[in-house]
Design a protein around this ligand. Sequence first.
Ligand SMILES: [Zn+2]
Length: 169
Amino acid sequence: MFVKVSPSDYARHRRSWRGSVPLRSFSRLATELASTSDTVAVDLKFELDEHDRVHMCGTASVQAELTCHRCANTVPTTILAEIDAVIVRSDAVAERVAQEADVIVVTENPIQVCELVEDDLIMSIPWRVDEKEHECIALDASETTQALPTRATQFTQKPFENLRKLLEP
Ligand SMILES: [Zn+2]
């Protein structure tokens, strides 16, 4: 169940790692999410950047259910982490690199794929559900009340339009 990669080897050969990682290997993420899938889809590319540092970019995504803060319904959501980071071996190096790029400190080599993407996934969990992404009952109610002034404005604009038409030769 644990998939391991060596980021530095992968980077030297400009290799990619693509696959599904069981959600249960993400201990922290699994407790944060009510997930509707058992796996996290991971797609990572490794390469050496111009400073010979291990650069990793790609995505990790998982299907989950979030609770809407307005109507309290659960909403199916894709948690998508877009990853673009430099992998370093120590906190000291991380501090230097952090000024110009996102940094992931990796002390084990090889390392589990889940550890490379878990922080980014946790940070990608939306704070709140986008009300427009689902048929939010609470939002429907507030939209109807907001719609009225808009219509009123349209009515006030119409007479001018007619007036302009009358003035046209
Ligand atoms: Zn809602």
